[in-house]
Design a protein around this ligand. Structure first.
Ligand SMILES: Cc1ncc(COP(=O)(O)O)c(C=O)c1O
Length: 405
């Protein structure tokens, strides 16, 4: 009786749904009716586009008519990727770039000018941190604070604060920031909120629906999912993306049509991959938690994760990333050097399990005393749990941990 009731309810939900489900849109959103009947998106591997007449050229260049001019600004393959991402994140528009850092730089340069102030979380990807340090050269001041405590964000606002920037979960510690609470605070003070959603993807977290203004991605990671291309995406309002497209065109970090195509292809399996990454990561996190050589495990799927309630509130899955601490920093090179299946490499979110040491690799650019203060300890290891059989991942981690004395 109960089962029948649930089934009927589910069918009603499906019938009343205003648009197709996430998996359907991950495959089809952005698709175009191709003249040739091509079922998959063609790769428009061209730099310029031919104009039918000088009059049309003038009209397109003046912005009076839409048209393709030059692939640094707009390309039909990349456009499919942009429309797919805008749809999945629930934004009005999107802009794809050659790398995550090209997307982040273009978005930040679009929003700030000399004299402005940025509030940034102190735990962010190393190159993003480095970019923010470099902004001092252009007269932009950045305060690095712990945005996981909303009162810190409140206290950091100044009259010139233009932007609040954070990752949630943060790379590499997995610390979360309350997107809704920070967005409300920022909007009361006319500041823009940008969230790097690389770790979660729109499958597990939609920052725009929680109040953020702009979402950023390293598409190199889960969106592409196969570790074979770089890419970056900005999603936001049509107005912001129009301005970002202008900035990005002049910076010149356009993505190649082939790389856009690879990401489009990768995204078709995003939901299945994210579910399996999460299932594997949960098993690995439990294994690590019970191991005597491991001091601490940060994984939002574990009930003792310090921000478990916030994770349940703003994420619909815990994802494939784990941060864990060995008992002694000296053991890290032995452990990493003994792994056989897990690959010692930067990057994350691809089919194979990747492992790395943030203190000496992705976050080495942050001065040690600051890094330690931010919680990026020498003992910390970052694990991107892949799609292999989870027993094999656990066996490899186990044999390497056993070598640690
Ligand atoms: C959270 C996060 N944001 C941005 C980036 C930068 O992306 P990309 O390497 O594609 O430039 C990375 C790269 O590791 C990342 O982990």
């Amino acid at each position: 009786m109960h089962g029948i009731y649930v089934l009927k309810k589910e069918i009603e939900n499906i019938m009343n749904r205003k648009k197709p489900g996430f998996s359907t849109r991950a495959i089809h959103a952005g698709d175009k009716e191709e003249e040739t009947g091509a079922v998959t998106t063609p790769i428009y591997q061209t730099a310029p586009f031919k104009f039918k007449s000088a009059a049309r050229a003038a009209s397109v260049m003046a912005g009076d008519e839409k048209g393709y001019v030059y692939s640094r600004g707009l390309n039909p393959t990349t456009e499919v990727l942009e429309e797919k991402m805008a749809d999945l994140e629930g934004g009005e528009a999107a802009l794809a770039q050659a790398t995550g850092m090209a997307a982040i730089s273009a978005a930040v340069f679009t929003e700030v000018k000399a004299g402005d102030h940025i509030i940034a979380d102190e735990v962010i990807y190393g190159s993003t941190y480095d970019l923010f340090i470099d902004l001092a050269k252009f007269g932009v001041d950045v305060s690095f604070i712990d945005t996981s405590d909303v009162s810190n964000v409140k206290a950091a606002f100044r009259p010139g604060t233009k932007l609040v920037f954070f990752e949630t979960p943060a790379n590499p510690t997995m610390k979360l920031t309350d997107i809704k609470a920070v967005s409300e605070l920022a909007h009361e003070r006319n500041a823009t909120v940008m969230v790097d959603n690389t770790y979660m993807t729109p499958y597990f977290q939609k920052p725009l629906s929680l109040g953020a203004d702009v979402v950023l991605h390293s598409a190199t990671k889960y969106l592409n999912g196969h570790g074979d291309t770089l890419g970056g995406i900005i999603v936001g309002s049509s107005d912001f993306i129009k301005r970002a497209r202008h900035t990005a065109k002049n910076i010149g970090g356009a993505i190649s049509p082939f790389n856009s195509w690879l990401i489009i292809r990768g995204m078709k399996t995003l939901p299945v991959r994210m579910d399996r990454h999460t299932e594997n990561a949960m098993a690995v996190a439990r294994f690590l938690q019970g191991h005597e050589k491991v001091d601490k495990v940060n994984y939002p799927g574990l009930t003792d994760f310090p921000q478990y309630d916030l994770a349940r509130k703003q994420m619909s899955g815990a994802g494939g990333m784990i941060a864990f601490m060995l008992k002694y920093a000296d053991d890290v090179p032995v452990f990493l050097g003994t792994l056989e299946l897990c690959t010692l490499a930067v990057s994350l979110g691809e089919t194979g399990t990747l492992i790395q040491h943030p203190a000496t690799m992705t976050h080495a650019v942050i001065p040690r005393e600051k890094r330690i203060k931010y919680g990026i300890a020498d003992e910390l290891v970052r694990l991107s749990v892949g799609l292999e059989d989870v027993e094999d991942i656990i066996a490899d981690l186990g044999q390497a941990l056993d070598r640690v004395i």
